[in-house]
Design a protein around this ligand. Structure first.
Ligand SMILES: Cc1cc2nc3c(=O)[nH]c(=O)nc-3n(C[C@H](O)[C@H](O)[C@H](O)COP(=O)(O)OP(=O)(O)OC[C@H]3O[C@@H](n4cnc5c(N)ncnc54)[C@H](O)[C@@H]3O)c2cc1C
Length: 376
């Protein structure tokens, strides 16, 4: 894999070119744009500029660049509240998962299209009775002469109704150890036997779904990696899912709008914004260092969990602070800050659930730290 040398100057130049692109682009900034800002044209424009699949090797249609460079691009897109949801899942976690585990056939089929922004992925891990406890998954995939036959139900699948493919975890073997016997499969969403139903959230938006599988037949080659090894494989994928700057920037457009209105605030309120800025700076440094570690050896599980936990706390706090600072009279309820606040108030409760709930992240952090203590 070629990793382009990254110097402060080259990163600055990259950052500038993303800002120039964003200044010309036509979109309305929103909070939580990596989950709710869906614009295929925008996604494809990023693909054309080489800003998707940045860390994917060139042989698979990627750019062979570093995760630090990817960090710079994604951070700028998120700060601006740009519509990046269409490619977010595929670019962030499916591409690295395929690179690590998939057959050449799957990689050749999917990676170049992911890098061009041509395929949308959803993730099918959670079920009505399996959220934090992934090992409780009941959806099954049975190997037959025709291929894998899938039956069961998934829930909370972001973009399930727009996705071309689902990354699915299903039980393929009823082993005594429930962490064994789970497998990963790539499912074309137009396969016969699939039913997708939208779920509406607090904001009244249907960005996630439930998906039902009724004897859905998948060709053998759609298996990702080793049969039965999904639990081990998915842990790595979740590190990619948890470690990025999106875990602290979901409400950043609201923060920027608040700062833009700072001239109307009292000194004590300005001090509050200053404290939030300091936390952004500290967490940004942590997320950046995770990107550096990813270039060496993939995302570190401990710091991925920490980034998400501390980042989610900050992105929820920004919404609370905005609620305290903005005037409450009906006449004042207008402008960017108010609009972002109204939206982010309904988005924020999900920040600490999606991608792993707080208690689960803290358990990961504690276990990892204790392991280090035992070793020393
Ligand atoms: C906006 C959004 C988007 C999502 N997108 C997707 C998606 O695309 N694909 C997908 O597969 N899933 C998705 N999810 C599901 C998400 O991964 C789950 O909500 C999450 O893993 C928690 O599972 P659960 O909802 O079943 O809650 P539960 O696991 O039932 O947890 C409920 C509460 O109990 C706590 N808890 C659970 N177990 C323990 C324990 N052992 N010790 C201490 N506390 C515990 C949790 O921390 C949590 O606070 C999404 C969720 C949201 C909110």
């Amino acid at each position: 894999m070629t990793v382009t040398a990254t110097t402060p100057t080259s990163l600055l130049a990259l950052r500038r070119s993303v800002r120039e692109f964003l200044a010309e682009a036509d979109f309305t900034p929103i909070c939580d744009s990596w989950m709710r800002g869906f614009d295929l044209d925008f996604t494809r424009a990023l693909g054309k500029r080489g800003w998707l699949g940045m860390a994917v090797p060139e042989e698979y249609g990627g750019q062979g660049r570093s995760y630090v460079e990817r960090f710079v691009v994604t951070e700028e897109l998120l700060r601006a509240g740009a519509p990046v949801a269409a490619h977010w899942i595929a670019d962030r976690q499916i591409a690295p998962t395929l690179l690590a585990h998939a057959s050449d056939r799957l990689k050749d089929d999917l990676l170049p299209r992911i890098c061009r922004g041509e395929v949308i992925f959803c993730v099918g891990i959670s079920e009505p009775n399996a959220g934090s406890d992934v090992a409780s998954i009941a959806t099954s995939a049975r190997r037959t002469d025709e291929g894998w036959v899938v039956n069961g139900q998934k829930i909370w699948n972001t973009l399930g109704d727009r996705a071309d493919y689902m990354y699915l975890i299903a039980r393929t073997d009823r082993s005594e150890n429930r962490h064994h016997g789970l497998s990963e499969l790539v499912v074309p969403m137009d396969a016969p036997g699939i039913t997708v139903r939208p779920i509406y959230d607090l904001a009244g938006e249907a960005h996630f779904t439930e998906v039902f599988f009724d004897d859905v037949v998948l060709e053998d080659w759609r298996l990702v990696g080793e049969p039965g090894a999904a639990f081990k494989q998915v842990v790595r994928q979740l590190d990619f899912e948890r470690s990025g700057p999106e875990r602290l920037l979901s409400s950043y457009p609201l923060f920027e709008a608040l700062v833009a209105e700072a001239s109307e605030l009292e000194d004590a309120d300005l001090a509050t914004l200053g404290r939030l800025s300091a936390r952004y700076a500290a967490l940004r440094a942590m997320s950046y260092s995770v990107a550096t570690a990813m270039d060496a050896d993939g995302p570190p599980t401990l710091f991925a969990a920490l980034t998400k936990d501390l980042g989610n706390e900050l992105e929820q706090l920004v919404v609370d602070v905005a609620g305290d600072l903005l005037p409450l009279t009906a006449a004042d309820r207008q402008g960017d800050a108010w609009n972002h606040l109204a939206a982010a108030t309904t988005y924020a409760p999900a920040f600490t659930l999606r991608g792993g709930a707080t208690e689960i992240l803290r358990e990961i952090v504690t276990r990892r730290l204790l392991k280090g203590v035992k070793r020393s």
